[in-house]
Design a protein around this ligand. Structure first.
Ligand SMILES: [Zn+2]
Length: 337
């Protein structure tokens, strides 16, 4: 097989077409402190200044060696633009929603939220990165999933209690945030992202039962995934084994999952429907493990049929770059399964 470009290998892997080896694109957030030190960049500037956002995204490809560029490094963009107060974080702490000002029975979204706060910076950064890396390097961008976004707006407790005693209001809220997801997804696609990642950590089976997932979440996911004409990878952390069967028909190009889900279970249930992405432990292995641990876990994931090698969730800020480089090396030298 002729040498594939990083983008071609990634896209083929998403389409479940033959490849020479697993790709290891930039996938999940990487607010890495060691990478900030090597580039002279820092947080929160990498989250708030367009040039720094672009340089930091490029550094993960140029310096670290990940096979693609990904941005942004936090998941508070949409909630911030809609009106949630933000804690801007620190060098090793991402911006996050500081409190939840919306009432379940009174959700008013500013019509011009796509023009507010960091969203224009983010969209411009995607365009710039795309222009700079050319056509052989995949650009991945993310937009927040509806369950997480709904929880950011009204608070997780209000959202979760509402699933049983305020179903009508919760469904109305999910309809609203689903439209926001569709707008963000389409804007990122138009800005030039080759692949979109769609993380929704709050939709995990550790928080939402499979029955509630089917009733409340699955219809939103389907609507979003069918409304954005770009390969989209759903990411849900934690143990999602109970909902794997429900993910079959949602229309995602791939599913990016946690180390708590076994690759062979995911392969058995979803393997003919979508690409499987993951699932190297971000805490035990990548943050605290040795290079040997990283190598072993990557090799096991590849041998079990993972299609795209990636961390099980966002990289922890203090993850040693050496461990991520070991992931990359293992992907590159492992051609057979
Ligand atoms: Zn995650």
């Amino acid at each position: 097989m002729k040498e594939l470009s990083y983008k071609e290998r990634f896209l083929r892997s998403l389409r479940l077409e033959p490849v020479d080896r697993v790709p290891i694109p930039a996938f999940c957030t990487h607010p890495l402190v060691e990478l900030m030190e090597q580039t002279g960049l820092t947080a929160p500037d990498i989250h708030y200044k367009q040039d720094d956002m672009v340089k930091f995204a490029l550094a993960a490809y140029e310096i670290l060696g990940l096979e693609g560029v990904r941005l942004p490094t936090d998941g508070a963009f949409e909630a911030e633009a809609i009106g949630c107060p933000i804690d801007i974080g620190a060098r090793d702490r991402n911006p996050s929603v500081a409190n939840h000002p919306f009432k379940l029975n009174d959700i008013r979204i500013p019509n011009d939220f796509m023009l507010k706060e960091r969203i224009p910076i983010y969209l411009e950064a995607v365009k710039t990165v795309k222009r700079l890396v050319g056509d052989d390097i995949p650009v991945t961008a993310h937009f927040q999933g509806p369950v997480t976004m709904a929880s950011q707006l009204v608070g997780a407790e209000t959202f979760l209690l509402g699933l049983t005693d305020k179903k009508k209001e919760i469904k109305a809220l999910l309809d609203i945030v689903t439209e926001i997801c569709i707008k963000m997804g389409n804007a990122l696609n138009e800005a030039g992202a080759d692949v979109l990642q769609f993380p929704d950590g709050m939709a995990t089976s550790e928080i939402i039962s499979p029955q509630m997932f089917e009733e409340f979440v699955q219809p939103c996911f389907q609507k979003i995934l069918w409304s954005v004409p770009c390969p989209i990878v759903l990411h849900i952390c934690g143990n999602t084994t109970p909902i794997l069967p429900s993910l079959k028909e949602i229309g995602a190009a791939g599913f990016s999952f946690d180390v708590k889900v076994s690759v062979s279970d995911a392969k058995r249930i979803l393997g003919t429907e979508m690409s499987l992405i993951g699932n190297i432990s971000t805490q035990e292995t990548l943050l605290h493990g040795s290079k040997d641990d990283v190598h072993r876990e990557c090799l096991a994931a590849i041998r079990s049929g993972i299609n795209v090698l990636a961390p099980s969730c966002g990289f922890a800020p203090h993850t040693p770059l050496g461990n991520i480089k070991e992931m990359i090396n293992t992907a590159k030298i492992t051609s057979d399964r």
